[in-house]
Design a protein around this ligand. Structure first.
Ligand SMILES: Nc1ncnc2c1ncn2[C@@H]1O[C@H](COP(=O)(O)OP(=O)(O)OP(=O)(O)O)[C@@H](O)[C@H]1O
Ligand SMILES: [Mg+2]
Length: 340
């Protein structure tokens, strides 16, 4: 499939720009706010449990959690597709689901498995979708559809029947539908689902682009590094409950860094580090790492010298920042596994 020029251009910025730099300034009343938001399904399943969420205007907000942690259920409540069992949700300042008619025209949304007409082309699906939107200007429809297809890299496949689209192409088409008009808020449920690594990079670049235009983006993901790469803020869910929310920088800072020594001589390195009272030591493939918070500034050069003196062939040495996954494990005491 030929990539559109827009997506190609955006692609070159991947890694070169931080999420913070790309996002519009954060401020004003929150774009999404929930208080005690709870959903218990008819079968008794408590999918979302007392959620208090605050999504600042201008943020790229990552809604992170393992499979089954309640992300889609929350998003469906925010979009007024299902009613909460208790608690309240406001979107763009108005209560949901009571204000769907007023709120939804200002929101672009992609929710799990976008509904498509298989017998229509990608382009005709978007034309049909846009025609059903009373706020959409028919005069600019063709042009807006073409632009949206171009932005998601579907320009070349626009004439193909949607039933012949791959999972990733369907996902792109759903994203194009959310981008047909400029919106104040974009809600994307697992936008990179079904995409290959290149496609994921394109979508991340697109999210940054949309954020830089001033749209607040709320996206769910179970991929921690994806959230770290694209989001300014994040909330972490586990089994229907909010574990933590804040800026991505704050959350990652909660994950303690580790002292990492890269070497083939792991046994010798382990002995030296043990001798120097480094705790919580772990031996891995070609590396030994340990707790770094108790180490003073001048302990590091001394440790490095001791390793070299002991004949350890040091290939790499330093304190490496913890990941969001480390923070998640530290906060919940659990691995990032599927909720029960
Ligand atoms: N319609 C429903 N009826 C009963 N239980 C449901 C329904 N929809 C979701 N659930 C349950 O609610 C919990 C949360 O599901 P949800 O789809 O919100 O998770 P998720 O975080 O979006 O997961 P994933 O990452 O797999 O998309 C799960 O235990 C799921 O089985
Ligand atoms: Mg989901």
């Amino acid at each position: 499939m030929t990539q559109s020029p827009t997506v190609d251009t955006a692609e070159t910025t991947e890694g070169g720009r931080t999420a913070e730099a790309a996002a519009a300034p954060v401020g004003g009343p929150p774009v999404i706010r929930t208080q005690g938001l709870t959903k218990r399904f008819a079968g008794g399943q408590l999918a979302v449990d007392g959620l208090d969420l605050t999504v600042p205007r201008g943020s790229v907000f990552g809604f992170l959690g393992p499979n089954g942690s309640g992300k889609t259920t929350t998003i469906r409540m925010l979009m007024g597709l299902i009613a909460p069992t208790s608690g309240v949700a406001t979107v763009l300042g108005a209560p949901m689901p009571q204000s769907v008619g007023r709120v939804l025209p200002r929101v672009g949304a992609l929710i799990e498995g976008p509904a498509l007409y298989g017998f229509l082309s990608g382009r005709d699906n978007l034309i049909r979708y846009d025609s059903a939107d009373p706020t959409a200007d028919p005069g600019t429809r063709k042009q807006r559809v073409a632009q949206a297809l171009d932005r998601v890299g579907l320009a070349a496949a626009a004439g193909k029947k949607a039933r012949a689209y791959s999972l990733g192409m369907k996902q792109r088409l759903g994203l194009a539908a959310a981008l047909l008009q400029p919106r104040e808020l974009l809600v994307l449920d697992e936008p990179t689902n079904g995409l290959d690594p290149q496609g994921m990079r394109e979508i991340r670049a697109l999210v940054r682009e949309v954020a830089a235009e001033g749209t607040t983006v709320f996206l769910s993901s179970h991929l921690l590094d994806e959230i770290e790469q694209v989001c300014t803020h994040a909330a972490v869910m586990s089994k229907g409950r909010l574990v933590v929310q804040g800026t991505v920088a704050e959350l990652a800072a909660r994950a303690q860094g580790r002292l990492v020594v890269r070497t083939a001589d792991t046994e010798a390195a382990l002995a030296v580090l043990t001798e120097h009272q480094v705790t919580d030591l772990r031996v891995g493939e070609g590396q030994v790492d340990g707790e770094s918070t108790a180490l003073s500034e001048d302990a590091l050069p001394r440790l490095c010298a001791a390793l070299v003196e002991a004949g350890v062939r040091v290939r790499g040495f330093g304190v490496e920042r913890g990941t969001l996954e480390d923070a998640f494990v530290a906060l919940t005491g659990e691995g990032f596994d599927v909720a029960g």
